[in-house]
Design a protein around this ligand. Structure first.
Ligand code: GDG
Length: 498
């Protein structure tokens, strides 16, 4: 069962992320707060460890409350999601002023760090006001994390708590926690994981307060990234910006009299859960069509415009695919308050309209474009029944869609994965076809090759891809994090470090 708790645990873990693992909504009729589950792989893997080890999750509840002391509701008795067992006392919500939060989240996180860390500096805006808001919100998260730390310590005085801070929204949180914990005489271990790429020095140095970011991350004992390239970029920046002594071979950075470990920890997916979803989902009703599938948040890093143009080029160059192949693109609305995202939506609408207008016949349209979210069952069916998955971001930390697609490929013969070398996933999924999304002509060639690939080659490639993801699933990732922290508890007690 993909939803069951993994056989790993960590006592007193405090997870800190921008969002809580569920969001709060106010019921219009009753006026009561209710939990609304989020379905991501991260929550599936991490929530059971927090629940089992009597830990706490710190994060923004997705709503601005007039009374910040309004209690968090317990989960609904009918709730079967991974966070159902998370008691309200295991949740510490972070509240901020609406305006400051907007400057922090839409401004600094998504208007600056997101484009910059994806090596698109021209899209980044640098604002001292937004940076001040970022500092303020991180400080508030640190204060709440300290509260959580004191609570888990009370609950289990003999354990050494592990604090796990997530992602680019919280890069400068650690030092305040470290300081407060020292003053309170609480020993703890701190780890950080970045879900997006860490850029090379030449890009990173553009950020006016880059030194504070590095110092913030180095407040942890261990800093994790998806792949080694990002680790090396980080180590390089520490050396060049802060003058730290570094060890590139063992991935260590010396800072403030401590040695900080830097580790590649590629995230995985709940593999078995996706297999089960694919086994039970209904057939996709696009008879006699080869489906070329794309699934993304509507984000300029995902290369959606390039992808549509590549598909258009395919139809121009290889008209034999007309009426035989349909591109199905799901684009989930994302960050709709940010201008760049509104403009991208416009551009996509126009491009889909132009290509469909150009190629549509009385019986067929080349592109089915869904601007919205589909259920996980539907998603699994699309993954299963697609002939080709196009995972062609311009830049992507890892990309889980590539992994979910191969997990769901249970039909024989299977389909083909096309992946960009600029996604973390492209680094490890060696048996996929590789396609540089910037090169439209070549991308069209690669799609053609995928659509016409012999069955035995497809089977061979897919078998290898699936085997790797099955072993390196999200629980494996969770375990690797705890190992890297030296806080994994196995049946025979606490593991020590090499
Ligand atoms: C960040 C990094 C890194 C998508 N459409 C629907 C839907 N999804 C789900 C997918 C997948 C997730 O959203 C997207 O994950 P990605 O990894 O592709 O991308 P980001 O959101 O940018 O995530 C990324 C990740 O963090 C983890 O570290 O891999 O590089 O950018 O799980 O299944 N789910 C449903 N309906 C949809 O329409 N239910």
């Amino acid at each position: 069962d993909g939803n069951s708790a993994p056989a790993i645990s960590a006592a007193s873990m405090v997870v800190v992320s921008n969002r809580l693992p569920f969001i709060l909504k106010r019921n219009e009729q009753t006026g009561q707060l209710e939990r609304k589950a989020s379905a991501g792989g991260l929550v599936t893997a991490v929530a059971p460890v927090v629940i089992k080890g009597k830990g706490i999750w710190v994060g923004w509840p997705g709503i601005h409350l007039d009374d910040p002391n309004e209690p968090i509701p317990e989960s609904d008795p009918k709730d079967r999601t991974p966070t159902a067992g998370l008691l309200s006392k295991q949740v510490v919500p972070v509240h901020c002023d609406r305006h400051v939060f907007d400057q922090y989240y839409n401004g600094c996180c998504n208007g600056t760090f997101w484009p910059l860390f994806h090596s698109m500096p021209d899209r980044a805006e640098f604002s001292a006001d937004n940076w001040r808001a970022y500092v303020k919100v991180n400080q508030e998260f640190a204060r709440k994390t300290m509260e959580a730390l004191e609570k888990v310590k009370e609950e289990n005085p003999s354990a050494t708590p592990t604090i796990w801070i997530h992602d680019y929204q919280l890069m400068i949180c650690a030092n305040w926690v470290r300081q407060a914990a020292e003053e309170a005489g609480i020993r703890c271990k701190m780890g950080f994981f970045l879900h997006i790429p860490f850029p090379p020095w030449d890009i990173f140095r553009l950020f006016p307060w880059s030194d504070e970011i590095l110092q913030g991350m180095l407040g942890c004992d261990m800093v994790g990234f998806h792949i080694e390239d990002y680790c090396l970029n980080f180590v390089d920046c520490c050396q060049r910006r802060l003058g730290c002594r570094v060890d590139r071979k063992n991935l260590l950075v010396e800072h403030g009299g401590r040695s900080v470990r830097v580790r590649p920890l590629p995230i995985g997916i709940p593999f078995e859960r996706f297999v089960q979803l694919a086994e039970s989902a209904n057939r996709v009703m696009l008879t006699n069509q080869q489906i070329v599938l794309g699934v993304d948040r509507l984000d300029y890093t995902k290369g959606l415009v390039h992808r549509l143009k590549a598909f258009e080029r395919l139809l121009q160059k290889y008209p034999q695919h007309i009426e035989k192949v349909t591109m199905l693109q799901i684009a989930v609305p994302s960050r709709t308050d940010v201008r760049e995202y509104q403009e991208l939506k416009e551009e996509m609408d126009q491009l889909v309209g132009r290509i469909n207008g150009c190629f549509t016949t009385p019986n067929w349209s080349p592109i089915r474009y869904i601007y919205g979210c589909v259920s996980q069952d539907e998603l699994a069916a699309f993954y299963r029944d697609a002939a080709v998955a196009l995972v062609t971001p311009l830049r992507d930390g890892m990309n889980l869609v590539a992994k979910e697609f191969v997990a769901c490929q249970i039909n024989t013969p299977p389909g083909v994965l096309i992946v960009s070398p600029f996604a973390g996933a492209g680094e490890m999924m060696h048996e996929a076809l590789v396609c540089n999304p910037y090169e439209i002509d070549d991308a069209a060639e690669v799609i053609h090759r995928a659509l016409t690939m012999p069955e035995d080659e497809r089977t061979l490639r897919m078998n290898y891809l699936r085997r790797r993801e099955k072993v390196h699933d999200v629980n494996y990732w969770m375990r690797s994090f705890l190992k890297a922290m030296g806080t994994l508890i196995t049946e025979d007690g606490e593991e020590t470090l090499p």
